[in-house]
Design a protein around this ligand. Sequence first.
Ligand code: ADP
Ligand code: MG
Length: 995
Amino acid sequence: MESTLTARDRVGVQDFVLLENYTSEAAFIENLRRRFGENLIYTYIGSVLVSVNPNKDLEIYSKAHMERYRGVSFYEISPHIYAVSDNTYRAMRTERRDQCILISGESGAGKTEASKKILQYYATTCPVTDHLSTLRDRLVQSNPVLEAFGNAKTLRNDNSSRFGKYMDVQFDFRGAPIGGHILNYLLEKSRVVHQNHGERNFHIFYQLLEGGEQNLLSKLGLERNAQKYQYLVKGCCPRVSSINDKNDWRTVRKALTVIGFHEDEVEDLLNIIASVLHLGNTQFGEGKNGENQITTEPQLKYLSKLLGVDGAALREALTHKKITAKGEEMISPLSFEQAVAARDALAKAVYGRAFTWLVVKINQSLAFKGSSSVIGLLDIYGFEVFQHNSFEQFCINYCNEKLHQLFIELTLKSEQEEYEAEGITWEPVKYFDNKIICDLVEGKHKGLISILDEECLRPGEPSDISFLEKLEDTLGGHAHFVTHKLSNGKTRKAVSREEFKLIHYAGEVNYSVNGFLDKNKDLLYRNLKEVICQSNSQVLSQCFHREEVTDQKRPETTATQFKNSLAKLIEILMSKEPSYVRCIKPNDAKQSGRFDEALVRHQVKYLGLMENLRVRRAGFAYRRHYETFLQRYKSLCPGTWPNWQGRLADGVATLVQHLGYKPEEYKLGKTKIFIRFPKTLFSTEDSLEARRPALVLTLQTSWRGYRERAKYLRIRQAVIQSAWRGMISRQKARRRRHAVDIIRKFIKGFIYRHYEHCPENEYFLDHQRFSFLMMLFRNPPKSVLDKSWPIPPPCLTEASEHLCRLCMRNMMRAYCRRIQPEWKKQMEQKVVASQIFKDQKDSYPQSVPKLFVASRLNSEEFNLKVIQTLGNDKVKYGIAVTKYDRRGYKARPRQLLLTSSFAMLVAEAKLKQRIDYATLRSISVSSLSDGFMVLHVPSEDNKQKQLSWRLTAMIITFAVARGKEGVIDFTSGPELKVAKCKKGHLLVTAPKLNP
Ligand code: ADP
Ligand code: MG
């Protein structure tokens, strides 16, 4: 607001509370007019936003505009719908309280546009993740779908919402939109079958006919010509210049997909739309016998196909009704008018329920279960007064009475709360309490709706006129209820005989009672309902439940349903923190730039804006936080300029004292200053204006000083920078020179590398030497087996040999030191084995890598008895062997056990032979890989002292008995074989392992 305080003469005040003459309606409207002339369509009354429909695109809804209003305090910047959106959003996040924005105004005033702008603001500025962007798209895309099915062109508005809408947007703890829910109110179903001149049916019909693909239309049995359909020609207005049905069709089809409608569901939905058109073209005429019958067969065929019902049953239900008389069901034919009414009722019921089904489906796709904060958007029909007002206007105006009541209650409440919070005494405000009218409509027994319901249900012949009479009987004398009969001579003319007048808070409205009963009953003949309930269309069966036919309970009347849903809505709104947007339509012709004062005055009145302003101005015109106030006006007082150091409240007190505020002109609260009259504020504002040149001068001087100093600092910085750069450059040059020297030395050294040590090659050779030694140092040989050694430069050949030897020795020494005792024993044994067998025995090389073991027998293979006979001797080595007899060479399996003093041959538990090492003369083996061993011992039988034996590489001979000699022949062959040969020798064949 502060931003335009000074321009108030031209553009008016940004907040109506600053109007000097705040009780004057003329001043109020003049302020609106001035601002409207400057394309300033938004003005505040405190925190309420008043919006005047510009009927043209203003460039104030870009992303940049949204950014400008993000996180900015309400009054710092000009009024805007984004300021309300942002303020509400921030209140929700910081205070964690659910919010709602109530948008009201008459048809065509810009409510729906405002709600869309708010939704767009949230969709653009709130944080979203990839996952949530789907939901955001669904939220936004729910609009075109609902508008296609629920909006229509009327005389007032080319895109008039014909239903009330309350939408909850849910946010998570980060402030990202995560879900939504829509409540819909009272769709104007009568539009499906009838439109006033210059109006249209719901958009979707025209969109389908204009945009639907040819094969789709053929399938639905439709022609691309709205003129052909009775339900679309009543208003004589199939085309509207501001509407592009073909494009809108594409948008709606896409939106249905985005929201997640299944193709089958869309097909069913379009079948329903087409069937409504076919119903409109269904005609009745007189049959041969004078009975009423359907004369349009093709329509009936399409209807039965599209609605998924039996054709014959539908035909009968459209021309007959079922009545129950004395407990018996009877079928009676319908008159021509009755049949037309039944047909229209079916069209309305089918369309109305399909719309509700659509909302349910959208809600399913937006659903989020979990904790969230909520901002609710209410875009509901505003107060309506026509030449002829009927049941619909009655409901709509009743709704507005309720919302007005809520509005006054909540505004007064919040005002009072602020006074309390600031510690300022509350001064009671006089205002019109419209409870009396709300009670007149909704009161139990004596309320209009109760009487209407009673009349609808009463036996006998109730009619709209009998209803009117009942009203007169019950409500006669009520201050806000008048009829022709009840009024006196003067006012009688103003009410016709079929009307009743309600004196609403917003003005007087005459309602014609015609159609009240029928519309309230919203009747569909039972047999028609039975047929539809049998439909095999998925969507229709969800709209019409089969139980409905058998359900004996009387359905709630339309007015009662509406009353109850309204009560629920009020409950929802009461539980939230409200913000308000009040929309005004500047002219009835949808023209831009035209401001029709009479029309605006009417709306200002019935939106209760003057009342609102009175409440807001009850005490004080202007209130601001100390900080904001001080910041703006501190330059007007030497005590607070340029900065106030103490408490803010003291600073403001000092300031207003200096300005000469009188005690009755202001109050200081806990955090805010309250100024009673706008003139006080304006004179302060004017002083600021007068002080501005001096301020500007001071600012200019300081600015120049600042600029000069900045210049000086820049120069100083430049000098330091150039010195620093010089130093860096010199350092770089030095490094480069050094590098060049080295490269030169290198090249020269390389040329002279084979010469004696001289100054030319000194650097190069040193470097070579150094590199070689460093390389050795970094990568010495790692193991004794690694015999590699780098090639030294010529000048280091000798030193390198020494080093290599030293290194080897060192590694060997280290290796030897690491050897364990048992390993050493193995090595010693290996050395002995090598001395004996190396190059002597074919199997020797294979034996080298195998470790010596203590025994080749497992512990369980030793016989305990044998071990016990040994006494103190221990078995040092055991092995399973085959023993061959000296005579006859019979082979016998034995264990050969060795102790420290003798060897023995054991069979099972028996000790077969014991050979003391002392008596053992020798052991002989062949040179082959035969595993053969001959132990030479003196034989007992010949008692000879001298044992004779002979051994060559391939033959072993030994004495068996006196003069008798045993011979073993060894030969090499493919495999190991031991056998006695013809000569009586033992022939051992062994494979050759090492060629
Ligand atoms: P309501 O919902 O109150 O009946 P709408 O929101 O549908 O009215 O507005 C009617 C028409 O007025 C819109 O179709 C649009 O052409 C115009 N209109 C409303 N608000 C604005 C706005 N802020 N800027 C431009 N045009 C607007
Ligand atoms: Mg609307």
